[in-house]
Design a protein around this ligand. Structure first.
Ligand code: GCO
Length: 477
């Protein structure tokens, strides 16, 4: 069950979800700060003003990562902490925070995997049109340049954008995420065009400016379908569902919209036309900007529907069985999807894959014994990692795995309702407690996956008191 020698084991977070200190040391506001001020948009009226107070507690958090033997940490820079107005004036204090964080990681031999944009668009640029402004790719390039100049002597691994369907779709069509807009499809595609060009401009800047050869990635959501069985027709149906036009009916979740322009230089006209007859013009020159060579594809994978081949091979979604396993967020638990995600993306785009996010929210609290017992997280992660191992064993290039998340944190519109961390955070005291999963994950990292073969839950010894005395039996699933 071991992974290759240089496989990277890590955990992930993002700036707005953990840092807090929203106005400390001259940080500019982001669209998330503004959105959280609106009534009724965030569960419980929560905000990221304090979050995990990571801005002040980063040393403790890095020490926790070291105790978990993490080899890498995926975090994001807050654009408006570095450039309070989004462009122009640079905040030295903002840069210094990330200097301290990166240096502390390196002192502990933890590789920084930096994401440039995890949704916290500077408010000052939003009022200038945000992603609808054709200047937005240049704004992002300027910000990338400041970051590369300052940190690329120590950071080699980069992700440009995290999950475009969320910040573009949930943020600009659904209105459930910042900035809370409900644009029509034509404007949505315009914002998408600019965001994908921003990705391309950012890659160009990283290639030009980085002091060490960069390993550049992109972290879209992995929206795939799982074949109901492994017959060729059902595999084909799942692949068609994942990349075909039919799925465009899912609107902004349609996966190929964010992948083909960036990885193949193709604008999916057929799918765009399903939603919008008067979409923006995307020229070959625009596509050339989007389609920069990158080194790795980050996949954020949580759950996927199952499909089978219906009439004429057309994919049909298979209804879930009642009572099938679900997470605290009510997302279905579909470990085999991690295998199919790697396989389908690798076959279509040919890039090495890094799982940039995977995990679950569950109902965790500190138990009477002072520990946080989260067997669901251990079982979930064990199953997903075994599925990832299958992809690895079949020869697909899988270079690393980042668990979402290191810490319980601010889950966007859900506020602090969902706990995704391997480390429990008491948001009243900021006390951190390593959950059982954090200790378990350390054994997986230390053994490079070998510990997965003996999932501790399965090997537990159960002691039962009976009238005959104590009977201890190995617990078998
Ligand atoms: C996303 C983001 C993360 C989330 C995580 C759990 O995928 O939505 O990248 O910021 O917190 O995925 O929902």
């Amino acid at each position: 069950m071991q992974f290759k020698e240089n496989f990277i084991w890590g955990a992930a977070t993002s700036a707005y979800q953990i840092e807090g200190s929203f106005d400390t040391d001259g940080r500019g506001l982001s669209v998330w700060d503004a959105f959280c001020e609106k009534r009724g948009v965030i569960h419980g009226g929560h905000t990221g003003k304090v979050a995990c107070d990571h801005y002040n507690r980063y040393r403790e958090d890095v020490a926790i990562m070291a105790s978990m033997k993490l080899q890498a940490y995926r975090f994001s820079f807050s654009w408006s902490r570095i450039l309070p107005e989004g462009v122009g004036r640079v905040s030295v204090k903002g840069l210094e925070f990330y200097d301290r964080l990166i240096d502390t990681l390196l002192e502990h031999d933890i590789a920084p995997y930096a994401t440039l944009f995890h949704w916290d668009f500077p408010q000052e640029l939003y009022v200038r049109g945000g992603w609808l402004n054709p200047e937005s790719p240049n704004w992002f390039a300027e910000y990338t340049s400041v970051v590369a100049d300052r940190f690329s002597d120590r950071v080699s691994d980069w992700f440009t954008l995290n999950e475009p369907p969320c910040f573009l779709g949930l943020g600009h069509v659904d209105g459930t995420h910042a900035p809370g807009l409900k644009l029509d499809w034509s404007d949505f595609f315009l914002a998408t065009k600019h965001a994908l060009m921003a990705h391309g401009r950012s890659v160009q800047v990283l290639r030009e400016k980085c002091k060490k050869t960069p390993n550049i990635g992109y972290a879209p959501i992995s929206h795939i379908a799982i074949p109901v069985d492994e017959s060729p027709e059902n595999i084909l149906a799942a692949e068609k569902f994942t990349f075909g036009t039919q799925d465009a009916a899912r609107g902004f979740w349609f996966a190929r919209l964010y992948l083909d322009p960036v990885l193949k230089g193709e604008w999916p006209e057929d799918a765009v036309a399903v939603l919008c007859k008067n979409g923006p013009k995307v020229s070959n020159a625009d596509l050339a900007v989007m389609n920069q060579p990158i080194d790795m594809l980050g996949l954020n994978f949580y759950a996927a529907p199952t499909v089978r081949a219906g009439a004429e091979g057309k994919p049909e979604v298979v209804a879930e069985n009642p009572g099938s396993p679900r997470t605290g967020f009510d997302w279905s638990i579909t470990p085999e999807g991690l295998y199919w995600s790697v396989r389908f993306h690798h076959e279509r785009y040919g890039l090495p894959v890094v799982i940039s996010e995977n995990g679950l929210s569950s109902l965790d609290w500190v138990h009477e014994d002072g520990k946080v017992h989260d067997p669901q997280r251990i079982d979930y992660t064990s199953r997903y990692l075994k599925s990832l191992h299958r992809a690895h064993a079949e020869g697909y290039a899988v270079d690393g795995y980042f668990h979402w998340s290191l810490l319980d944190n601010f889950e966007w519109a859900e506020g602090f309702k969902h706990r995704f961390g391997m480390v429990h955070v008491d948001f009243a005291t900021q006390r951190r407690t390593l959950k059982d999963s954090a200790h378990w994950y350390r054994t997986v990292v230390e053994s490079n996956g070998a510990a997965l073969a003996s999932n501790p839950v399965r090997n537990a010894v159960v002691v039962v008191e009976t009238s005959e005395g104590k009977i201890s039996t190995p617990y078998k699933c």
